[in-house]
Design a protein around this ligand. Structure first.
Ligand SMILES: [Ca+2]
Length: 491
């Protein structure tokens, strides 16, 4: 009798709590532009201190081996939204709009009853700052935006919002998050930082003045590399070039000119400190609103960035700093805050859409390339991928990187540079044993002892190309590395 009474009492008392527990999670997706995977103190950076981002990792899941499938802003962003490789979503350069009819995870959440908002850099469709489908609230700007005083299109009204970009978009996000609502929500916050041209806010302008910065030693180990890498050195994307305006007289390969590289690097780091402040503000707001633990917080970068490795700046290539990206997810129902996880297996941009839809209880679209990592995080997944395809097409407007088709496994990487007309490759390929050579110092492609593994990887690359549905791998003709600077308008 007493038991029955207890059951009655429990049944009577628990519904509101049970409902709260069953409520669908909110999603706060924070996307940085060109943030290197290692530019967080939680990822081991020796100089940057990012306590707020670190806290997300300490209370959540740190995906240690996350990669983009194309290291370029717009294609990578479209892969995050759609779960598809670039050839399938069609955004293969930085000037293409995300197709309106293409399913995206924000659109699917919206159809499932979520209120969806986008604030900040969208960067698909260079000159279009208009509202996009899939979002109830939409704030962006044309082009790259500016670190100071950007003109935004705020839900239909164009106005210059004074101040530092990172804080302006955080203010807008805070206002949106404070609105009373009954629906679950998705807020997608697109930072400009730390994209070039790097300008920290005033209080962080001198944050790294005392840090000595040199070219990485791999910049001087190009002997066994393909010649296009050496040709890139004095260009827009090489360490002897203009360094996004941080070097006024170029090319300059004198040792003294490293001061320009150091100044550029310090400025890049400075912009990241403001992002960390922004993460802290949003975390605090969710905490105050009682929404922290029912919100999936994603902190991610769209692509990596070379900072002098192999003599390169910018991204696009398949070298590690270009393709590795930061990814941290805090959601106590995925990983309890007292039990943070580090996930080692290979996770990709294309996994974001199916994973977030999975966590929100929404069916992902059929025939996408990515997979939900939910099971991988909670219990491990023996069927998880052991290799992936990387894919980049030569750009006439940025003639500093060839066509790239490559495969990366847990241990190895093979990179091919197809000419584009089906003829035999004209650039030397690259082969690295990452397990022993994580900095990609020693290209083993000509080592006869590695002929077997090279052949295996070549076969795996062909298999992956077929697996993602590329039947006729069309790509531009490689017109070679050129010295010309890109058009002023698209830098
Ligand atoms: Ca980017």
């Amino acid at each position: 009798m007493r038991l029955a009474f207890l059951w009655f009492l429990l049944a009577f008392l628990t519904p509101p709590m049970a409902q709260a527990q069953e409520a669908r999670p909110n999603v706060l997706f924070i996307l940085c532009d060109d943030l290197r995977w290692d530019c967080l103190s939680s990822a081991g950076h020796p100089h940057l201190k990012t306590p707020h981002i670190d806290r997300l990792a300490r209370e959540g899941v740190f995906f240690k081996n996350t990669f983009c499938t194309t290291s370029l802003c717009s294609p990578s962003r479209a892969s995050i939204l759609s779960g598809l490789y670039a050839h399938a979503h069609g955004v293969t350069n930085n000037f293409t709009e995300y197709p309106a009819e293409m399913a995206s995870f924000p659109g699917l959440l919206q159809s499932a009853g979520y209120e969806t908002g986008y604030i900040g850099k969208y960067h698909m469709g260079e000159e279009n700052d208009e509202k996009r489908p899939d979002f109830d609230y939409f704030v962006t700007h044309k082009g790259q935006g500016k670190y100071f005083d950007t003109e935004f299109n705020v839900d239909g009204q164009r106005k210059t919002l004074p101040g530092y970009y990172t804080h302006v978009v955080t203010d807008l996000a805070e206002s949106w998050l404070k609105k009373p609502r009954t629906k679950p929500w998705l807020m997608f916050l697109g930072h400009k930082a730390p994209h070039s041209f790097y300008f920290p806010e005033k209080k962080y302008e001198h944050a790294f003045d005392q840090v000595e910065v040199r070219y990485p030693d791999t910049a001087f180990q190009l002997q066994n590399k393909p010649t296009w890498i050496k040709e890139r050195l004095p260009t827009w994307h090489g360490i002897y070039g203009p360094l996004f305006d941080w070097r006024k007289k170029f090319p300059d390969d004198s040792p003294a000119a490293v001061k320009d590289f150091a100044a550029m690097t310090r400025a890049y780091w400075g912009t990241i400190l403001s992002v960390d402040d922004s993460v802290g503000r949003l975390y605090r707001l969710l905490e105050e609103n009682g929404q922290l633990d029912n919100t999936i917080i994603v902190f991610m970068g769209d692509n990596g960035l070379l900072n002098g490795e192999h003599g390169m700046v910018d991204k696009r290539t398949m070298h590690e700093p270009s393709i590795r990206i930061p990814l941290i997810v805090r959601y106590p129902k995925l990983a309890p805050t007292r039990c943070p996880r580090v996930v080692e297996p290979l996770v990709l941009t294309v996994d974001m859409a199916p994973s977030l839809l999975d966590l929100c209880g929404v069916e992902p679209p059929k025939n996408i390339h990515g997979r939900s990592w939910r099971k991988l995080v909670t219990e491990g997944d023996p069927s998880w991928r052991r290799s992936f395809l990387y894919h980049y097409n030569y750009e006439k407007q940025f003639p500093y990187t060839p066509n790239v088709r490559g495969v990366r496994t847990d241990e190895w990487k093979l990179v091919r540079y197809p000419h584009g007309d089906g003829s035999p490759d004209r650039h030397m390929a690259e082969l690295y044993h990452l397990a022993c050579d994580p900095d990609e110092r020693c290209n083993l492609i000509s080592d006869p002892r590695c002929a077997g593994i090279a052949a295996q990887l070549r076969a795996e690359l062909d298999r992956l190309i077929t697996e993602v549905g590329i039947t006729n791998d069309k790509m531009p003709l490689d017109e070679g590395v050129k010295q010309q600077l890109p058009d002023q308008k698209i830098r």
